[in-house]
Design a protein around this ligand. Structure first.
Ligand SMILES: Cc1cc2nc3c(=O)[nH]c(=O)nc-3n(C[C@H](O)[C@H](O)[C@H](O)COP(=O)(O)O)c2cc1C
Length: 188
């Protein structure tokens, strides 16, 4: 049997009622074995400052450790101005430094963007993928996940309303699980 794969879920919105956070919670609830998903928070992080590299602030150190201990990373994010929200980019920068000591290096990744708009955060999804290339994170290619219609996606309990959306996400998670098995480093 495959080892449990601990997946850090990084949500690119700090909004209390964030649709992306609701989606992350729904994914956590539906994740198939061997995946174990957990949100790693980014709202407490200071702004990245390269001057801090020799002694980063404690929240940055703790965040970087959480990412380093994960087997894989799932980004669930809105699109801001056709790109990656600043809070998410900040978190990515924090765990990427000092140079040569990135916590992201080699970790399998997947990207889901969710927006109330029709194009489902396509711009943010691909802008984020550009960073994943440099960060050396093998990213799941298919299925792509640009999800629109966020405002009508969840019921009051946070459950996903449409069965076809749920089925798509199940397919996505199964593909990500297979991708992790193909690309993750062997557990220590
Ligand atoms: C600063 C800002 C920029 C935005 N830019 C975009 C955009 O480029 N594309 C888009 O589809 N939605 C855009 N939106 C709308 C967000 O998709 C919407 O606020 C969404 O609910 C944010 O995700 P969340 O619910 O997870 O917080 C923007 C929102 C903000 C606050």
């Amino acid at each position: 049997m495959a080892h449990t794969r601990h997946v850090a879920v990084v949500v690119g919105s700090l909004r209390k009622e964030s649709f992306n956070r609701k989606l992350a919670k729904a994914l956590i609830a539906m994740a198939p074995a061997p995946l174990s998903l957990e949100i790693v928070e980014i709202g407490q992080l200071p702004l990245y400052n390269q001057d801090d590299d020799p002694a980063p602030p404690p929240p940055s150190v703790a965040f970087k450790q959480r990412i380093a201990s994960a087997d894989a990373v799932l980004f669930v994010s809105p699109e801001y101005n056709r790109s990656v929200p600043g809070v998410l980019k900040n978190a990515i920068d924090i765990a990427s430094r000092p140079y040569g000591k990135s916590a992201w290096d080699g970790k399998p990744a997947a990207v889901i963007t969710l927006s109330p708009g029709a194009i489902g955060g396509f711009g943010a999804n691909h802008a984020l993928r550009e960073s994943l290339v440099f960060l050396n994170m093998p990213a799941l290619q298919q299925p792509e996940a640009y999800i629109g219609g966020a405002a009508d996606m969840f019921d009051e309990s946070g459950a996903i309303k449409k069965p076809e959306t749920k089925q798509f996400l199940e397919k996505f998670l199964a593909a990500f699980a297979a991708w992790i098995e193909r690309t993750a480093k062997a557990p220590a």
